[in-house]
Write a protein that binds this ligand. Structure first.
Ligand SMILES: NC(=O)c1ccc[n+]([C@@H]2O[C@H](COP(=O)([O-])OP(=O)(O)OC[C@H]3O[C@@H](n4cnc5c(N)ncnc54)[C@H](OP(=O)(O)O)[C@@H]3O)[C@@H](O)[C@H]2O)c1
Length: 298
């Protein structure tokens, strides 16, 4: 049995479906008020619980071989929820999940962190991801730390202030760092693969096939749409100050500014090899943008 925590999410949902397609038994930990109908219909078992409720984590981990954790509070917080915070969910809640998995005798723990975590920006999300990576390194379980680069569907989309339809984009700092924007489908395919492959690496940092800075991605979008995008700039020192000032009051927003700073340097040193070596042919950022442009209302 594989327990997926975060199965109602964009990445987690795709992982669940891929595991079910392989005929594997999947249980999803789903918060009491969240809609699990899609997961149940797809064939997953649903265990109601919450990362803030240690007893629910212990129950969900019973008879589980592998835990896959994609959960994060950031999306809900950016959507206006007043809590719980990244510290409470991504750090303390996920640490409680690691404890529960260990206690239940789980053998493998696949944890989704992000590429570039070693650049110190100082965001609450970075702090949480590092704490869980460290916690897993000390664990007797086999841990697989998966670090995907920025998702195309988030960072090259209106959600990530890259709005091709309205011709508007936000740039934090220079926007000159090479990023290997990766599709959520490709990241999910890799996570589903390492959940079951016999001898997965301890850390997998990867991205899509194209190393393109955010500025270059703007140029690609302009070429495809034949019109200029309006660029709203935030200097890097202002973003750094925002990270510092917001870290306590709004840890999700502080983490977004920090994520933007990552797109100003350093360049991605990872590649798409971890995808290709698993038979996944990754979609490029340019192909993603072309697809967005082709679907714009005319
Ligand atoms: N976006 C990027 O570019 C990027 C890049 C690299 C890595 N990542 C990582 O990839 C993962 C993103 O996954 P995603 O796209 O699936 O995110 P998502 O769509 O925001 O989903 C988050 C999931 O976490 C669950 N969750 C939140 N709070 C919870 C709690 N208290 N107890 C149990 N579950 C809880 C949510 O459940 P509800 O539906 O009940 O809220 C949801 O299933 C994150 O770990 C992120 O850091 C993202």
């Amino acid at each position: 049995m594989i327990l997926v925590v975060g199965g109602t999410g964009e990445l987690g949902g795709r992982v669940v479906r891929l595991l079910l397609e392989r005929g594997l038994g999947v249980r999803c930990l789903v918060r009491p008020a969240s809609d699990a109908a899609g997961l149940e219909k797809a064939g997953a078992e649903v265990a109601r619980g919450d990362l803030t409720d240690a007893a629910s984590l212990r129950a969900a981990c019973q008879d589980v071989d592998t835990v896959v954790s994609t959960a994060t509070a950031i999306t809900r917080l950016l959507g206006g929820a007043r809590g719980p915070s990244i510290h409470e969910i991504d750090e303390l809640g996920t640490a409680a999940l690691v404890d529960a998995a260990e206690e239940a005798g789980v053998r493998r723990f696949v944890y989704v962190s992000y590429a570039g975590i070693s650049s110190t920006v100082g965001t609450p999300l970075e702090h949480a991801k590092r704490a869980i990576e460290d916690r897993l390194r000390r664990s007797a379980m086999r841990s697989v730390i998966v670090r995907p680069d920025a998702f195309q569907e988030v960072h090259l989309a209106p959600l990530g202030r890259f709005d091709v339809a309205n011709g508007k984009v936000a740039l934090i700092g220079s926007g000159d760092a090479k990023v290997r924007w990766v599709s959520t489908d490709d990241a999910a395919a890799l996570i589903a693969a390492v959940a079951v492959e016999p001898d997965p690496p301890a850390v997998i940092e990867f991205g899509g096939p194209e190393a393109l800075s955010r500025k270059e991605a703007v140029a690609v979008a302009e070429d495809l749409t034949h019109r200029r995008m309006k660029v709203q700039r935030m200097p890097a020192p202002v973003a750094r100050l925002a990270v510092r000032l917001l870290s306590r009051r709004n840890d999700a927003l502080a983490s977004v500014f920090g994520g933007g700073l990552l797109q100003s340097g350093p360049d991605a040193t990872w590649t798409d090899e971890p995808l290709r070596s698993r038979g996944i042919t990754p979609r490029s950022a340019t192909d993603y943008l072309r697809d967005q442009v082709n679907h714009l209302p005319r």
